[in-house]
Design a protein around this ligand. Structure first.
Ligand code: UDP
Length: 326
């Protein structure tokens, strides 16, 4: 799915392009022939994620915080700039709120000023601890303002409201509610469940299950997520488009731990730790809207995606010299 501006390949801004999903998106856009400007403050992203493209003439890296006024020309922009892993956004709570509010407003203003289109990455966290299952886009969520997750959940909710207000004022913005995404280029210390379990299994350390592991998530491989984001950008103008993007296959965290042990061939133990603060009990996207409007659904099975991610972490740990395997 290519993005064109009057027959030309577009100049595309990827805010948060040095992060996990952003770096995959940057690579896809460059392969398509676009000029790509990556803006990232490197608070949770890494330039090493973009090592292979840093020298490309079509690629530009700007180390900047989107919470500060932005002076970048672009035809289209993807906003993936925000800490997204619970330990990181809890450590960077105020910065997370700023990225979701000041940062999103800066991007929306720049997009409106330049007549550019914006795809904003929101999150399944806007549904909080859902009382409706699976979650359709119409569900308003069950969220608290005074919780350890609120900086992210409420930040992302306000970001959506900013998109709504700018859309009314003529800005062409689309909202992607991303459910748990995983794949290569997650950071080994990211803190999210897939990277934690794989790194532990490969290192022979205990897999840490928070609570009894009966909570569920639905895991989407990153290439499927990136494909959906590109399709969302290419969608003709529609009435305030908001889309769940995720894989509807739901799994208990304890079953994920067992699957990772099976796929890695590791005999690391499973340790049960106290539940994480304000941890949602279940989560599964309803993706009928994306299926219909984007002609999209996830293609990569959890087993295949995990194998690829395990292969990536094997290399990372070998380079670091702390995997248990040859
Ligand atoms: N989780 C876990 N062990 C870990 C990391 C996470 O049991 O080492 C659990 C966490 O409590 C949550 C689920 O896995 O129920 C997904 O957590 P993650 O941080 O990946 O994403 P999020 O909670 O934002 O969906």
């Amino acid at each position: 799915m290519k993005i064109r501006k009057g027959g030309e390949m577009a100049r595309i801004l990827v805010a948060g392009g040095a992060g996990f999903i952003g770096s995959h998106l940057v690579r896809r856009l460059l392969v398509q022939g676009h000029e790509v400007v990556c803006v990232d403050n490197l608070s949770t992203g890494f330039l090493s994620n973009l090592e292979d493209v840093l020298g490309f003439p079509q690629f530009h890296f700007v180390e900047a915080d989107i919470s500060e006024p932005l002076d970048v020309a672009f035809d289209a922009a993807f906003n993936l700039a925000c800490p997204a892993s619970p330990p990181h956004y809890q450590r960077l709570a105020l910065e997370t709120i700023e990225a979701c509010t000041l940062g999103v407003r800066n991007l929306l203003s720049a997009a409106l000023r330049q007549g550019a289109q914006l795809v904003h990455a929101s999150t399944s966290e806007v549904y909080g601890d859902p009382e409706v299952h699976p979650q359709p886009e119409q569900y308003h969520g069950n969220v608290g303002t005074l919780t350890e997750r609120a900086c992210y959940d409420e930040g992302k909710r306000l970001a959506e409201t900013l998109c709504y207000e700018y859309h009314k004022r003529g800005c062409s913005v689309r909202i992607a509610r991303l459910f748990n995404t995983y794949g290569p280029f997650m950071h080994r210390d990211d803190g999210r469940v897939v990277s934690n379990f794989i790194v532990s299994a490969l290192s022979g350390r205990p897999l840490t299950v928070y609570g009894d592991g009966s909570q569920t998530r639905s895991f989407c491989f990153v290439s499927d997520t990136v494909e959906a984001l590109l399709r969302l950008m290419a969608l003709p103008a529609v009435h305030l488009p908001v889309f769940n993007l995720g894989n509807p296959r739901e799994m208990k965290v304890i079953d994920l731990a067992r699957l990772v042990l099976h796929l890695t061939g590791s005999d690391a133990p499973i340790h049960f730790l106290p539940p994480a603060a304000a941890d949602p009990g279940r989560r599964r996207p309803c993706i009928e809207r994306a299926r219909r409007a984007l002609d999209w659904q996830p293609r990569v099975s959890l087993e295949t995606g995990l194998q690829e991610t395990i292969g990536y972490f094997r290399e990372v740990l070998q380079v670091a010299g702390d995997g248990f395997e040859a």
